[in-house]
Design a protein around this ligand. Structure first.
Ligand SMILES: Nc1ncnc2c1ncn2[C@@H]1O[C@H](COP(=O)(O)OP(=O)(O)O)[C@@H](O)[C@H]1O
Ligand SMILES: [Mg+2]
Length: 401
Protein backbone atom coordinates (compact mmCIF):
# COMPACT_ATOMS: atom_id res chain seq x y z
CA UNK A 1 0.00 0.00 0.00
CA UNK A 2 1.26 3.46 -0.86
CA UNK A 3 2.18 5.63 2.07
CA UNK A 4 0.43 8.84 2.92
CA UNK A 5 2.97 11.60 2.30
CA UNK A 6 2.91 14.30 4.96
CA UNK A 7 4.62 17.69 5.33
CA UNK A 8 4.79 19.22 8.80
CA UNK A 9 4.64 23.01 9.13
CA UNK A 10 5.24 24.71 12.47
CA UNK A 11 7.58 27.48 13.59
CA UNK A 12 8.65 25.52 16.65
CA UNK A 13 11.33 23.00 15.92
CA UNK A 14 10.38 21.08 19.04
CA UNK A 15 6.80 20.72 17.82
CA UNK A 16 7.96 19.56 14.42
CA UNK A 17 10.21 16.97 15.99
CA UNK A 18 7.44 15.74 18.26
CA UNK A 19 5.08 15.40 15.33
CA UNK A 20 7.65 13.50 13.31
CA UNK A 21 8.27 11.13 16.18
CA UNK A 22 4.57 10.51 16.74
CA UNK A 23 3.96 9.90 13.05
CA UNK A 24 6.91 7.53 12.74
CA UNK A 25 4.89 4.95 14.69
CA UNK A 26 2.26 4.67 11.96
CA UNK A 27 3.31 2.58 9.00
CA UNK A 28 0.79 4.09 6.57
CA UNK A 29 2.30 7.55 7.08
CA UNK A 30 5.57 9.02 5.91
CA UNK A 31 6.78 12.53 6.73
CA UNK A 32 8.51 13.75 3.59
CA UNK A 33 9.30 17.30 4.58
CA UNK A 34 8.96 20.11 7.08
CA UNK A 35 8.79 23.89 7.05
CA UNK A 36 8.95 26.61 9.66
CA UNK A 37 6.68 29.18 8.01
CA UNK A 38 4.06 29.54 5.32
CA UNK A 39 6.44 30.63 2.61
CA UNK A 40 8.69 27.62 3.07
CA UNK A 41 5.62 25.43 3.23
CA UNK A 42 4.40 26.60 -0.17
CA UNK A 43 7.82 26.02 -1.66
CA UNK A 44 8.08 22.49 -0.28
CA UNK A 45 4.52 21.57 -1.16
CA UNK A 46 4.97 22.75 -4.73
CA UNK A 47 8.07 20.62 -5.04
CA UNK A 48 6.98 17.53 -3.16
CA UNK A 49 3.20 17.51 -3.73
CA UNK A 50 2.45 15.67 -0.48
CA UNK A 51 -0.97 14.21 0.28
CA UNK A 52 -1.36 16.04 3.55
CA UNK A 53 0.07 19.20 5.12
CA UNK A 54 -0.17 19.64 8.88
CA UNK A 55 -0.29 23.41 9.18
CA UNK A 56 0.20 25.60 12.20
CA UNK A 57 -1.63 28.96 12.13
CA UNK A 58 0.59 31.55 13.75
CA UNK A 59 4.01 31.65 12.17
CA UNK A 60 6.44 34.40 11.24
CA UNK A 61 7.04 35.50 7.60
CA UNK A 62 3.79 34.03 6.32
CA UNK A 63 1.04 32.60 8.49
CA UNK A 64 -0.75 29.32 7.98
CA UNK A 65 -3.93 30.87 6.65
CA UNK A 66 -2.32 32.56 3.67
CA UNK A 67 -0.23 29.49 2.99
CA UNK A 68 -3.35 27.32 3.12
CA UNK A 69 -5.11 29.52 0.62
CA UNK A 70 -2.20 29.45 -1.78
CA UNK A 71 -1.71 25.71 -1.47
CA UNK A 72 -5.39 24.93 -1.88
CA UNK A 73 -5.66 27.01 -5.00
CA UNK A 74 -2.45 26.09 -6.74
CA UNK A 75 -1.78 22.54 -5.59
CA UNK A 76 -5.20 20.90 -5.46
CA UNK A 77 -3.76 17.42 -4.98
CA UNK A 78 -2.58 18.42 -1.51
CA UNK A 79 -4.95 18.60 1.45
CA UNK A 80 -4.36 20.90 4.41
CA UNK A 81 -5.13 19.98 8.03
CA UNK A 82 -4.94 22.96 10.38
CA UNK A 83 -3.54 22.68 13.88
CA UNK A 84 -4.90 25.32 16.21
CA UNK A 85 -5.27 26.01 19.90
CA UNK A 86 -8.68 26.63 21.44
CA UNK A 87 -8.03 30.37 21.66
CA UNK A 88 -7.57 30.62 17.90
CA UNK A 89 -11.17 29.79 16.95
CA UNK A 90 -11.51 32.92 14.85
CA UNK A 91 -8.39 32.01 12.86
CA UNK A 92 -9.61 28.49 12.56
CA UNK A 93 -12.72 29.70 10.73
CA UNK A 94 -10.54 31.69 8.38
CA UNK A 95 -8.32 28.70 7.75
CA UNK A 96 -11.32 26.57 6.87
CA UNK A 97 -12.53 29.28 4.49
CA UNK A 98 -9.06 29.37 2.99
CA UNK A 99 -9.54 25.75 2.06
CA UNK A 100 -8.30 23.62 4.97
CA UNK A 101 -10.27 20.34 5.01
CA UNK A 102 -9.82 19.35 8.64
CA UNK A 103 -8.47 20.65 11.92
CA UNK A 104 -6.79 19.34 15.02
CA UNK A 105 -7.22 21.15 18.31
CA UNK A 106 -3.95 21.43 20.21
CA UNK A 107 -3.02 19.60 22.31
CA UNK A 108 -4.05 16.41 20.54
CA UNK A 109 -3.28 12.77 21.21
CA UNK A 110 -1.23 10.55 18.90
CA UNK A 111 -4.40 8.68 18.22
CA UNK A 112 -6.29 11.82 17.18
CA UNK A 113 -3.43 12.88 14.98
CA UNK A 114 -3.13 9.63 13.09
CA UNK A 115 -6.84 9.04 12.83
CA UNK A 116 -7.41 12.53 11.42
CA UNK A 117 -4.69 12.17 8.81
CA UNK A 118 -5.88 8.78 7.62
CA UNK A 119 -9.54 9.76 7.60
CA UNK A 120 -8.87 12.99 5.68
CA UNK A 121 -6.68 11.18 3.20
CA UNK A 122 -9.27 8.47 2.57
CA UNK A 123 -12.10 10.95 2.09
CA UNK A 124 -10.04 13.04 -0.32
CA UNK A 125 -8.94 10.00 -2.32
CA UNK A 126 -12.55 8.98 -2.75
CA UNK A 127 -13.49 12.47 -3.91
CA UNK A 128 -10.65 12.54 -6.38
CA UNK A 129 -11.72 9.18 -7.76
CA UNK A 130 -15.24 10.44 -8.32
CA UNK A 131 -14.20 13.72 -9.85
CA UNK A 132 -11.64 12.15 -12.15
CA UNK A 133 -14.34 10.44 -14.23
CA UNK A 134 -13.71 12.09 -17.57
CA UNK A 135 -16.37 14.49 -18.72
CA UNK A 136 -16.89 15.49 -22.29
CA UNK A 137 -17.88 19.09 -22.55
CA UNK A 138 -18.01 21.41 -25.49
CA UNK A 139 -16.16 24.62 -24.95
CA UNK A 140 -18.34 27.65 -24.85
CA UNK A 141 -17.51 31.24 -25.52
CA UNK A 142 -18.54 33.29 -22.57
CA UNK A 143 -18.67 36.94 -21.77
CA UNK A 144 -18.20 38.50 -18.36
CA UNK A 145 -19.88 41.84 -17.72
CA UNK A 146 -19.44 43.73 -14.46
CA UNK A 147 -21.86 46.47 -13.51
CA UNK A 148 -19.85 48.94 -11.51
CA UNK A 149 -19.79 52.44 -10.10
CA UNK A 150 -17.75 54.35 -7.57
CA UNK A 151 -21.03 55.50 -6.06
CA UNK A 152 -23.83 53.67 -4.24
CA UNK A 153 -27.46 54.12 -5.13
CA UNK A 154 -26.86 54.83 -8.82
CA UNK A 155 -28.73 51.73 -9.99
CA UNK A 156 -26.08 48.99 -10.20
CA UNK A 157 -28.30 46.28 -8.78
CA UNK A 158 -31.36 47.43 -10.69
CA UNK A 159 -29.46 47.39 -13.97
CA UNK A 160 -27.44 44.22 -13.32
CA UNK A 161 -30.52 42.16 -12.48
CA UNK A 162 -32.70 43.49 -15.27
CA UNK A 163 -29.84 43.11 -17.71
CA UNK A 164 -29.24 39.49 -16.73
CA UNK A 165 -32.92 38.66 -17.13
CA UNK A 166 -33.09 40.52 -20.39
CA UNK A 167 -30.07 38.71 -21.83
CA UNK A 168 -31.51 35.36 -20.80
CA UNK A 169 -34.78 36.14 -22.56
CA UNK A 170 -33.17 37.55 -25.68
CA UNK A 171 -30.55 34.89 -26.22
CA UNK A 172 -32.05 31.81 -24.52
CA UNK A 173 -28.51 31.11 -23.43
CA UNK A 174 -27.18 30.34 -19.98
CA UNK A 175 -26.82 33.40 -17.79
CA UNK A 176 -25.34 33.63 -14.29
CA UNK A 177 -25.65 36.65 -12.02
CA UNK A 178 -23.14 37.07 -9.21
CA UNK A 179 -23.83 39.41 -6.32
CA UNK A 180 -20.41 40.83 -5.47
CA UNK A 181 -21.75 43.56 -3.20
CA UNK A 182 -20.49 41.26 -0.48
CA UNK A 183 -21.59 43.31 2.50
CA UNK A 184 -24.94 44.68 1.44
CA UNK A 185 -25.88 42.71 -1.63
CA UNK A 186 -29.54 42.74 -2.53
CA UNK A 187 -29.79 40.90 -5.84
CA UNK A 188 -31.67 38.05 -4.18
CA UNK A 189 -34.24 40.48 -2.80
CA UNK A 190 -34.50 42.41 -6.03
CA UNK A 191 -35.25 39.18 -7.89
CA UNK A 192 -37.20 37.60 -5.04
CA UNK A 193 -35.33 34.31 -5.05
CA UNK A 194 -35.17 32.29 -1.87
CA UNK A 195 -31.62 31.92 -0.68
CA UNK A 196 -30.37 28.55 0.49
CA UNK A 197 -26.67 28.97 -0.07
CA UNK A 198 -24.54 32.02 -0.66
CA UNK A 199 -21.04 32.76 -1.86
CA UNK A 200 -19.90 32.27 1.78
CA UNK A 201 -20.97 28.63 1.71
CA UNK A 202 -19.41 28.17 -1.69
CA UNK A 203 -15.94 29.29 -0.65
CA UNK A 204 -15.79 26.49 1.93
CA UNK A 205 -15.56 24.17 -1.07
CA UNK A 206 -13.40 26.44 -3.18
CA UNK A 207 -10.62 23.91 -3.67
CA UNK A 208 -13.07 21.30 -4.91
CA UNK A 209 -14.97 23.74 -7.04
CA UNK A 210 -15.82 22.70 -10.55
CA UNK A 211 -18.59 23.50 -12.98
CA UNK A 212 -20.83 20.79 -11.48
CA UNK A 213 -20.32 21.61 -7.84
CA UNK A 214 -20.93 25.30 -8.37
CA UNK A 215 -24.47 24.50 -9.51
CA UNK A 216 -25.36 23.52 -5.93
CA UNK A 217 -24.77 27.09 -4.85
CA UNK A 218 -26.78 28.88 -7.49
CA UNK A 219 -30.48 29.62 -7.20
CA UNK A 220 -32.74 29.83 -10.19
CA UNK A 221 -34.83 32.87 -10.96
CA UNK A 222 -37.95 32.10 -12.96
CA UNK A 223 -36.43 33.84 -16.00
CA UNK A 224 -33.80 31.11 -16.07
CA UNK A 225 -31.02 33.30 -14.68
CA UNK A 226 -28.93 31.47 -12.10
CA UNK A 227 -28.00 33.65 -9.14
CA UNK A 228 -25.09 33.43 -6.72
CA UNK A 229 -26.29 35.46 -3.71
CA UNK A 230 -24.15 37.64 -1.46
CA UNK A 231 -23.45 36.54 2.15
CA UNK A 232 -26.39 36.84 4.51
CA UNK A 233 -24.35 38.88 7.00
CA UNK A 234 -21.98 41.76 6.19
CA UNK A 235 -19.27 40.37 8.45
CA UNK A 236 -18.93 37.24 6.31
CA UNK A 237 -17.63 39.38 3.46
CA UNK A 238 -14.12 39.57 4.86
CA UNK A 239 -13.50 35.86 4.29
CA UNK A 240 -13.89 36.22 0.56
CA UNK A 241 -10.76 37.07 -1.42
CA UNK A 242 -9.86 38.04 -4.95
CA UNK A 243 -8.61 34.50 -5.61
CA UNK A 244 -12.01 33.12 -4.66
CA UNK A 245 -13.75 35.50 -7.04
CA UNK A 246 -11.35 34.65 -9.82
CA UNK A 247 -11.95 30.94 -9.33
CA UNK A 248 -15.73 31.36 -9.21
CA UNK A 249 -15.89 33.37 -12.40
CA UNK A 250 -13.50 31.06 -14.23
CA UNK A 251 -15.56 28.06 -13.18
CA UNK A 252 -18.80 29.67 -14.33
CA UNK A 253 -17.19 30.47 -17.67
CA UNK A 254 -17.03 26.76 -18.42
CA UNK A 255 -20.80 26.50 -18.49
CA UNK A 256 -22.37 29.92 -18.84
CA UNK A 257 -22.51 32.14 -21.88
CA UNK A 258 -23.03 35.32 -19.93
CA UNK A 259 -21.81 36.10 -16.44
CA UNK A 260 -23.17 39.33 -15.06
CA UNK A 261 -21.61 40.71 -11.91
CA UNK A 262 -23.29 43.23 -9.63
CA UNK A 263 -20.66 45.01 -7.56
CA UNK A 264 -20.24 47.43 -4.70
CA UNK A 265 -19.04 51.00 -4.89
CA UNK A 266 -15.44 50.24 -4.04
CA UNK A 267 -12.16 49.01 -5.43
CA UNK A 268 -12.06 46.17 -2.95
CA UNK A 269 -9.83 43.33 -4.17
CA UNK A 270 -12.86 41.14 -4.87
CA UNK A 271 -14.40 43.77 -7.14
CA UNK A 272 -11.04 44.39 -8.83
CA UNK A 273 -10.72 40.69 -9.54
CA UNK A 274 -14.05 40.79 -11.31
CA UNK A 275 -13.18 43.97 -13.22
CA UNK A 276 -9.90 42.41 -14.35
CA UNK A 277 -11.54 39.31 -15.69
CA UNK A 278 -14.45 41.17 -17.29
CA UNK A 279 -14.79 41.58 -21.02
CA UNK A 280 -16.89 44.62 -20.41
CA UNK A 281 -17.41 47.04 -17.55
CA UNK A 282 -20.68 48.94 -17.43
CA UNK A 283 -19.73 52.01 -15.44
CA UNK A 284 -22.87 53.66 -14.06
CA UNK A 285 -23.27 57.29 -13.26
CA UNK A 286 -26.05 59.72 -12.56
CA UNK A 287 -25.95 63.38 -13.48
CA UNK A 288 -25.13 65.07 -10.19
CA UNK A 289 -21.81 66.57 -9.19
CA UNK A 290 -20.81 64.27 -6.29
CA UNK A 291 -21.42 61.21 -8.47
CA UNK A 292 -19.61 62.67 -11.44
CA UNK A 293 -16.60 63.50 -9.27
CA UNK A 294 -16.44 59.92 -7.97
CA UNK A 295 -16.98 58.40 -11.38
CA UNK A 296 -14.17 60.51 -12.78
CA UNK A 297 -11.87 59.29 -10.00
CA UNK A 298 -12.92 55.72 -10.73
CA UNK A 299 -12.24 56.04 -14.42
CA UNK A 300 -8.80 57.44 -13.62
CA UNK A 301 -8.05 54.36 -11.52
CA UNK A 302 -9.11 52.13 -14.40
CA UNK A 303 -6.83 54.05 -16.67
CA UNK A 304 -3.94 53.43 -14.31
CA UNK A 305 -4.91 49.75 -14.37
CA UNK A 306 -4.54 50.09 -18.15
CA UNK A 307 -8.03 48.88 -18.94
CA UNK A 308 -8.68 49.79 -22.53
CA UNK A 309 -11.21 52.51 -23.25
CA UNK A 310 -13.39 50.07 -25.17
CA UNK A 311 -13.67 47.83 -22.17
CA UNK A 312 -15.44 50.56 -20.21
CA UNK A 313 -18.94 51.60 -21.23
CA UNK A 314 -20.44 54.52 -19.36
CA UNK A 315 -24.16 54.28 -18.72
CA UNK A 316 -26.05 57.29 -17.52
CA UNK A 317 -28.88 56.22 -15.27
CA UNK A 318 -31.86 58.39 -14.34
CA UNK A 319 -30.69 60.42 -17.31
CA UNK A 320 -32.08 63.90 -17.67
CA UNK A 321 -30.60 67.27 -18.50
CA UNK A 322 -33.26 69.13 -16.54
CA UNK A 323 -31.17 69.54 -13.40
CA UNK A 324 -28.57 71.80 -14.97
CA UNK A 325 -25.80 69.53 -16.20
CA UNK A 326 -25.58 68.81 -19.89
CA UNK A 327 -24.60 65.44 -21.35
CA UNK A 328 -21.79 67.03 -23.37
CA UNK A 329 -20.19 68.58 -20.27
CA UNK A 330 -20.39 65.24 -18.53
CA UNK A 331 -18.64 63.53 -21.43
CA UNK A 332 -15.96 66.21 -21.57
CA UNK A 333 -15.26 65.87 -17.87
CA UNK A 334 -14.96 62.09 -18.05
CA UNK A 335 -13.25 62.01 -21.44
CA UNK A 336 -15.63 59.16 -22.20
CA UNK A 337 -18.72 59.08 -24.34
CA UNK A 338 -22.00 58.08 -22.79
CA UNK A 339 -22.60 54.62 -24.19
CA UNK A 340 -26.21 54.27 -23.10
CA UNK A 341 -28.93 56.25 -21.36
CA UNK A 342 -31.49 54.84 -18.94
CA UNK A 343 -34.37 57.17 -18.07
CA UNK A 344 -35.70 57.74 -14.58
CA UNK A 345 -38.96 55.97 -13.86
CA UNK A 346 -39.44 55.48 -10.16
CA UNK A 347 -42.93 54.12 -10.49
CA UNK A 348 -41.81 51.24 -12.71
CA UNK A 349 -38.42 50.60 -11.12
CA UNK A 350 -39.46 50.73 -7.49
CA UNK A 351 -42.69 48.77 -7.91
CA UNK A 352 -40.80 46.10 -9.78
CA UNK A 353 -38.13 45.90 -7.07
CA UNK A 354 -40.75 45.68 -4.34
CA UNK A 355 -42.61 42.88 -6.07
CA UNK A 356 -39.48 41.04 -7.15
CA UNK A 357 -40.58 41.09 -10.80
CA UNK A 358 -37.96 42.51 -13.16
CA UNK A 359 -39.50 45.30 -15.20
CA UNK A 360 -37.87 43.97 -18.37
CA UNK A 361 -40.35 41.09 -18.08
CA UNK A 362 -43.45 42.77 -16.76
CA UNK A 363 -43.32 46.36 -18.03
CA UNK A 364 -41.75 45.98 -21.45
CA UNK A 365 -43.73 48.94 -22.80
CA UNK A 366 -41.90 51.45 -20.55
CA UNK A 367 -38.94 53.50 -21.71
CA UNK A 368 -36.79 52.24 -18.88
CA UNK A 369 -37.41 48.61 -19.86
CA UNK A 370 -36.80 49.42 -23.52
CA UNK A 371 -33.47 51.02 -22.59
CA UNK A 372 -32.37 47.91 -20.72
CA UNK A 373 -33.50 45.58 -23.50
CA UNK A 374 -31.53 47.67 -26.00
CA UNK A 375 -28.44 47.47 -23.82
CA UNK A 376 -28.89 43.71 -23.58
CA UNK A 377 -29.18 43.34 -27.32
CA UNK A 378 -26.15 45.57 -27.95
CA UNK A 379 -24.08 43.47 -25.59
CA UNK A 380 -25.18 40.18 -27.04
CA UNK A 381 -25.14 41.03 -30.72
CA UNK A 382 -21.78 42.60 -31.04
CA UNK A 383 -19.05 40.67 -32.71
CA UNK A 384 -16.43 39.26 -30.46
CA UNK A 385 -13.91 42.03 -30.16
CA UNK A 386 -11.02 41.30 -27.96
CA UNK A 387 -11.16 44.52 -26.03
CA UNK A 388 -8.18 43.85 -23.88
CA UNK A 389 -4.95 43.58 -25.74
CA UNK A 390 -2.55 42.97 -22.97
CA UNK A 391 -4.31 41.84 -19.82
CA UNK A 392 -2.98 44.05 -17.06
CA UNK A 393 -4.36 43.06 -13.72
CA UNK A 394 -4.48 45.04 -10.53
CA UNK A 395 -2.42 42.32 -8.94
CA UNK A 396 0.38 42.91 -11.42
CA UNK A 397 0.20 46.64 -11.08
CA UNK A 398 0.11 46.78 -7.32
CA UNK A 399 2.61 43.94 -7.11
CA UNK A 400 0.19 41.64 -5.29
CA UNK A 401 0.64 38.49 -7.25
N1 LIG B 1 -33.79 54.36 -13.77
C1 LIG B 1 -34.28 54.51 -12.53
N2 LIG B 1 -35.39 55.22 -12.29
C2 LIG B 1 -35.87 55.36 -11.06
N3 LIG B 1 -35.32 54.81 -9.97
C3 LIG B 1 -34.21 54.08 -10.13
C4 LIG B 1 -33.63 53.88 -11.41
N4 LIG B 1 -32.54 53.11 -11.26
C5 LIG B 1 -32.45 52.84 -9.94
N5 LIG B 1 -33.44 53.42 -9.25
C6 LIG B 1 -33.66 53.38 -7.80
O1 LIG B 1 -32.49 53.89 -7.17
C7 LIG B 1 -32.25 53.20 -5.97
C8 LIG B 1 -30.84 52.62 -5.98
O2 LIG B 1 -30.77 51.60 -6.96
P1 LIG B 1 -29.84 50.33 -6.81
O3 LIG B 1 -30.02 49.55 -8.04
O4 LIG B 1 -30.09 49.65 -5.52
O5 LIG B 1 -28.43 51.06 -6.80
P2 LIG B 1 -26.97 50.50 -6.36
O6 LIG B 1 -26.99 49.04 -6.56
O7 LIG B 1 -26.04 51.21 -7.27
O8 LIG B 1 -26.76 50.89 -4.95
C9 LIG B 1 -33.33 52.16 -5.83
O9 LIG B 1 -34.34 52.64 -4.99
C10 LIG B 1 -33.81 51.97 -7.25
O10 LIG B 1 -35.15 51.55 -7.27
MG1 LIG C 1 -26.57 47.49 -5.19
Amino acid sequence: MEKIKVVVVDDSEETRNNLKTLLSFEKRIEVIGEAENGEEAIFIVKEAKPDIVLMDINMPVMDGIRATEEITLSIPETTVIIMSVQSEQEYLKKAMSAGAREFLNKPFSTDDLIRTIIKTYDVESKRKEISSIPKIKEEIKSKVITVFSTKGGVGKTTIASNLAVSIARLTKKKVALIDLDLQFGDVAIMLNVSVKNTISDLIKEINMLDSDLIEDYLVTHFSGVRVLPAPIKPEYAEYITSSHVEKIIKTLKENYHYIIVDSSASFHETVLASLDISDRILFLSTLDLPTIKNVKAGIDVMESLRYSKEKISVILNKASEQFGIRYKDFENTLKHNIWAYVPEDSQTVITSANKGFPFVMTRTETKVAKALITIASELTNEKEVDVVKEKMTFKKIFGLG
